[in-house]
Design a protein around this ligand. Structure first.
Ligand code: NAP
Length: 324
């Protein structure tokens, strides 16, 4: 970690915003290409979503699994080993149209750079009910692929009525004894194929028109408090796991007014490249991905972004040389 120092004349080759698997993988590749990347890692969100996960058992290369924070520590070390500089600060604004581009941090420092990689991730929506935060990682999860394995032969619930909720519920039937889907309306938002598969599955039950109003359990989740939204009737459901699948929001606040977004709210990239609507600005990871949202897919797209930066900078330097 380095202290933030206000830059004046120095123009960086690349600033990477975000420090999940996409940001750090971009940093590893950019550092190895001698681009001396600056990673603005975030003051409280450094390491991204994996910092909130316990065992990660599906990241290739770790046959015994690895703790999420440990994996992120490895990625950071790997990036700094090759010369990436990491600041635990937040970016508060960017000027992406300027040349060079300007990245301003919460401590007032301004960095000028030829290229920017946006790897700001997405934030899972939370229910916002009593006990949710406290029991996160102790029965409450946002990722069936990551945590489903820990609920073998248990009774668990999924909240949500979209494709994610159906996908989570169907995936969880591999492990759980029963999966109860709790949805706030009486019809699913999910695509017909996904909905039909879930509705037909013998291990999946549905509780309709119902919201979760609270979570109980001392060290581990034990009981959900429920309320029927049509009748107002209150009830409880005993489960050891709750998967919250009510959507997620890409973190695009910094760039909403500058970059083209997709109709899903993610940063639009010229797939399979990581190029955005502004030359020299690249995006990777969950902030571009409404579908897969896995650590390994984010890491892969970070690699793509770093290579796109390298090619972009080479072209810019060629043009400058030709003009002089
Ligand atoms: P989504 O489509 O926005 O669905 C979110 C679900 O959560 C909705 O059913 C919504 O209820 C419910 N919800 C939202 N806020 C809630 C709250 N505070 N309390 C209780 N319930 C709440 O999100 P998603 O399922 O994550 O899907 C996102 C996008 O990815 C979609 O375009 C989806 O098609 C796509 N996706 C595709 C696949 C696939 O094809 N295999 C898999 C996953 C995701 P309402 O229905 O009442 O609004």
């Amino acid at each position: 970690m380095t202290e933030a120092v206000e830059s004046t004349d120095v123009v960086r080759d690349v600033v990477i915003v975000g420090s999940g698997p996409a940001g750090y993988t971009a940093a590893i590749y950019a550092a190895r290409a001698n681009l001396a990347p600056l990673v603005v890692a975030g003051s409280v969100t450094a390491g991204g979503e994996l910092m909130n996960t316990t065992d990660v058992e599906n990241f290739p290369g770790f046959p015994e699994g690895i703790l999420g924070p440990e994996l992120m520590g490895h990625l950071e070390k790997q990036a700094t080993r090759f010369g990436a500089e990491v600041l635990y600060e937040d970016v508060v604004s960017v000027d992406l149209e300027a040349e060079p581009k300007v990245v301003t941090l919460g401590n007032g420092s301004e960095y000028r750079t030829h290229a920017v990689v946006l790897a700001t991730g997405s934030a899972y929506r939370e229910l916002g009910v009593e006990g949710e935060k406290r029991l996160s990682g102790h029965g409450v999860s946002w990722c069936a692929t990551c945590d489903g394995f820990f609920f073998r032969d248990q009774n668990i619930a999924v909240v949500g009525g979209g494709d994610s909720a159906m996908e989570e519920a169907l995936f969880l039937t591999k492990f759980a004894s029963t999966v109860t889907v709790i949805h706030r309306r009486d019809e699913l938002r999910a695509s017909k194929t996904m909905a039909d598969r879930a509705l037909a599955h013998e291990k999946i039950d549905f509780i309709w028109d119902t919201e979760v109003t609270g979570l109980e359990g001392e060290d581990k989740l034990k009981t959900l408090q429920l309320r029927n939204l049509k009748t107002g009737a209150e009830s409880t459901l005993d489960v050891t796991g709750l998967f919250v699948a009510i959507g997620s929001d890409p973190r695009v606040d910094l760039v909403r007014d500058q970059l083209e977004l997709t109709d899903k709210g993610t940063i639009k990239v010229d797939y399979p490249s990581s190029r955005t609507s502004i030359p020299g600005v690249f995006a990777a990871g969950d902030v571009t991905d409404p579908t897969y949202r896995q650590a390994i897919t984010a890491a892969g797209s970070g690699c793509v972004a770093a290579q796109d930066v390298e090619h972009y900078l080479a072209d810019v330097k060629d043009l400058a040389a030709a003009a002089s």
